[in-house]
Design a binder for this molecule. Structure first.
Ligand code: NAI
Ligand code: ISE
Length: 340
C-alpha cells in the first residue's frame, strides 16, 4: 500500500529522542509520530507531549513496534538497547531508523544483517548523519573531482566539552569515534584495513574508567592514514575538525560559522557547544530522506552492512585500547544484497 503520511513509533525519549520527535513533528514533512516508548513513564509522556499527542508505551518495545498504527520505527535508546528494537522491527517487516551505533558489538550487528537479508527487504538505516553534513559533502565533492589527486592522510578531531560519569574508555570508540569510522571511509571511498589506539597523559577532568584523550590511527586498504584525536572532556566546546592531505593540495572541512567579535580588548569567535546545533541541518536532511525512502520501501542512507562494518572496526579499536597494538579489520566481502 502507498503510505501518504508515515506513522512513526519512536523508542527512547532521551536527549536525541526528544530532538528527533520535535523535527519529525515539525521540519520533516510527510510523517507523524503516533506512538512513543521509554522505560520511564515520565520520559514517554514528555515525548508524547512534544509530538503534540501520541500513544504512550512504557517499557514495551514489542508493543509499540507491533502496533498496527505504526508504519515505521525510530530507535533512540542507548546503544546497548538498539538490537532488541531493530530485531523486532525487522520481524514485523517495518522500516527502522536506528541511531548509531547500530549495536555495540560486531557479533550483534551481524545478527541484524542476517535477519534483514533473510526478509529479502531493505529495512534498516543507521544514524550516521555526518554523510548528510554540508561540510563533509563539500570535502567529498572536491575529493571526487580528482583535482587534488589521491588522498594521503587525514587529521581529525572529535572533541566534546564533557561526558557523564558512566562514559568509559571503550565508549570513546563505539559512542564517539564510530562517527569517523563510518564517515571517513565513506569520504575517501575505501575500506578499513587496520587500526591502533595510542593512550598517553590523561586530563585531570577524567575518572579512572575513562582514558581521555585518545589518539586513534586508522589505515584504509589503499593506505590512507587517518589520525583522530578523541577528547571528550576538552571543556571548551564541541569541536569537530577534518583536514584531508592530498597529492595536489589540502582540503579543510568548513564548519558552520560564528561571528568574530571585538569586545573588552579581545578579538574572539565562539566555538560550538553541542552536537545538537553542530549537526542540526544534517539530522533534518537525514530524517527527511529516511521518511521519503521508507514510504517507497527503500533505504538510501547508511545500511545495516555499514552499521556492521563500523562495529567490526570499533571492536578492533577497543582491542587495541587494551594492547596498544595494531589490529587488523576483517570485514569480508560485502553481500550482493548490500551492493548498490
Ligand atoms: P539518553 O540516555 O539521553 O536517552 C536514552 C533514552 O532511552 C532514555 O530516556 C532512556 O530511559 C530510554 N531507554 C533506555 N532503554 C530503553 C528501552 N529498552 N526501551 C525504551 N526506552 C529506553 O541518550 P541519548 O544521548 O539520547 O542517546 C541515544 C542514542 O542516540 C545513543 O545510541 C547515542 O549514541 C545516539 N546519539 C547520536 C547522536 C548523533 O550525533 N547522531 C547524538 C547523541 C546521541
Ligand atoms: C554522542 O552520542 C554523539 O553521537 C555525538 O555526535 C558525539 O560527538 C558524542 O561523543 C557522543 O557521545
Amino acid at each position: 500500500r502507498t503510505v501518504m503520511e508515515l506513522k512513526i513509533g519512536l523508542i527512547g525519549c532521551g536527549a536525541i529522542g526528544r530532538e528527533h520527535i520535535k523535527r519529525l513533528s515539525g521540519k520533516v514533512q510527510g510523517c507523524k509520530v503516533v506512538a512513543v516508548c521509554d522505560v520511564f513513564e515520565e520520559g514517554a509522556k514528555k515525548g508524547a507531549e512534544l509530538a503534540g499527542g501520541a500513544k504512550v508505551y512504557v517499557n514495551d518495545v514489542a508493543g509499540i513496534v507491533n502496533d498496527p498504527e505504526v508504519d515505521a520505527v525510530v530507535v533512540t535508546t542507548p546503544g546497548f538497547a538498539h538490537k532488541e528494537a531493530v530485531m523486532a522491527a525487522i520481524k514485523a517487516g517495518k522500516p527502522v531508523f536506528t541511531e548509531k551505533p547500530m549495536t555495540t558489538t560486531a557479533a550483534d550487528s551481524k545478527e541484524i544483517v542476517e535477519a534483514e537479508m533473510a526478509t529479502g527487504k531493505h529495512l534498516v538505516q543507521v544514524g550516521f548523519m555526518r554523510r548528510y553534513d554540508k561540510g563533509y559533502q563539500q570535502v567529498k565533492a572536491l575529493l571526487d573531482s580528482g583535482d587534488f589527486g589521491k588522498p594521503l592522510l587525514c587529521k581529525c578531531t572529535h572533541r566534546n566539552p564533557e561526558v557523564g560519569t558512566d562514559y568509559n574508555t571503550p565508549m570513546a570508540v563505539h559512542d564517539t569515534a564510530i562517527h569517523e569510522i563510518d564517515c571517513m571511509h565513506w569520504l575517501v571511498d575505501d575500506e578499513w584495513d587496520s587500526v591502533q589506539v595510542i593512550l598517553g597523559a590523561d586530563t585531570k577532568y577524567t575518572h579512572p574508567a575513562l582514558r581521555d584523550p585518545q589518539v586513534m590511527v586508522m589505515r584504509t586498504k589503499k593506505g590512507v592514514t587517518i589520525m583522530l584525536e578523541v577528547f571528550v572532556n576538552c571543556k571548551f566546546g564541541y569541536d569537530i575538525n577534518c583536514e584531508v592531505v592530498c597529492e595536489d593540495g589540502v582540503i579543510h572541512m568548513p564548519s558552520p560559522a560564528f561571528p568574530t567579535v571585538r569586545k573588552d580588548g579581545n578579538l574572539s569567535t565562539p566555538i560550538e557547544q553541542s552536537w545538537i546545533n553542530r549537526f542540526i541541518d544534517s539530522y533534518d536532511v537525514e530524517l527527511q530522506n529516511w521518511v521519503d525512502c521508507a514510504k517507497k520501501g527503500v533505504v538510501e542512507g547508511p545500511t545495516a552492512w555499514d552499521g556492521y562494518t563500523a562495529n567490526l572496526t570499533a571492536d578492533a579499536l577497543v582491542k587495541s585500547q587494551e594492547t596498544g597494538e595494531i589490529v587488523k579489520v576483517e570485514s569480508g566481502e560485502k553481500p550482493a544484497f548490500y551492493q548498490n
